[in-house]
Design a protein around this ligand. Structure first.
Ligand code: FPP
Length: 251
């Protein structure tokens, strides 16, 4: 389900001339190392990471990406020092306060991907209000993976399927898809990981089965529009076969 921006926006400037991923997942790694390299605190790195989101979301919109999922806080992040956890929890609060109106005006639909139940009731209400406000926006869907883990998401889906009394023989891949936080959305075509690691780290485990994986050593706060362009260029050059064979290799 790739969109050719050149085909779609014939009356607009072509910002990316190739195949554009419809859905990008981003593992925003390297905030701590970015800060350390500058003699700053880890929290300064996270702060700069939030700042960076604005230009990347804008660029995603310009390039014709329709869905972006950002890994903001994983179920494993609770293991970090208490002060850092508190800071990361405050970041989403701050992000909503500072960016919600601008995101709404730009047509961004906010979605939460993850378990809200471990967040404070106040934060849960705030997230829900942001979701409700932006529900009908269609320019770009921004999934914020917060208190998210891919395995936990699958476990929850299985539990909900059983609770709903769906007979085992009726459970298909479509059933599982329907019970995930990303229900109704296309799978990610491209996963970008900044900070150099080559792991998925429990991010969109089910959904990223056929995604292209792009890892760059660039730390997240330095990952700019040009870096995103390069990642999309990489994606554009890949041939996706979804387990099949190339046309010219068919017998
Ligand atoms: C990884 O860097 C980054 C995180 C755990 C958090 C990323 C969060 C943001 C950029 C802000 C989230 C935005 C919203 C909207 C809530 P790291 O600390 O693991 O870096 P390191 O590997 O260099 O130590």
């Amino acid at each position: 389900m790739d969109t050719q921006i050149a085909d779609m926006n014939t009356d607009q400037e072509v910002l990316f001339p190739g195949r554009v991923p419809q859905h990008i997942g981003i593992i925003m790694d390297g905030n701590g190392r970015w800060a350390k390299a500058r003699g700053l605190n880890r929290s300064d790195g996270h702060r700069q990471g939030v700042e960076n989101l604005r230009q990347i979301l804008e660029a995603c919109g310009d390039f014709g990406v329709k869905f972006v999922t950002i890994y903001a806080f994983s179920t494993e992040n609770w293991r970090r020092p208490r002060a850092e956890v508190q800071f990361l929890l405050r970041i989403i609060d701050y992000y909503i306060d500072r960016e919600l109106q601008a995101l709404h005006e730009k047509g961004v639909q906010l979605r939460h991907v993850g378990d809200p139940s471990e967040l404070s009731p106040r934060l849960q209400r705030k997230i829900q209000k942001a979701i409700d406000l932006t529900r009908d926006n269609t320019k770009l869907v921004l999934n914020v993976a917060f208190n998210y883990g891919g395995r936990a998401e699958i476990v929850k889906a299985v539990q909900d399927i059983i609770r709903d009394g769906i007979p085992a023989e009726d459970v298909t891949e479509a059933t599982i898809n329907h019970y995930l936080y990303t229900s109704g959305q296309p799978d990610p075509d491209l996963i970008i990981r900044t900070g150099g690691e080559m792991r998925l780290s429990n991010f969109l485990v089910w959904q990223s089965t056929y995604a292209e994986f792009y890892s760059t050593p660039t730390y997240w706060p330095d990952f700019d529009r040009e870096a995103l362009y390069k990642a999309i260029e990489f994606y554009s050059s890949r041939e996706r076969r979804f387990g099949g064979v190339r046309e010219d290799q068919k017998p």
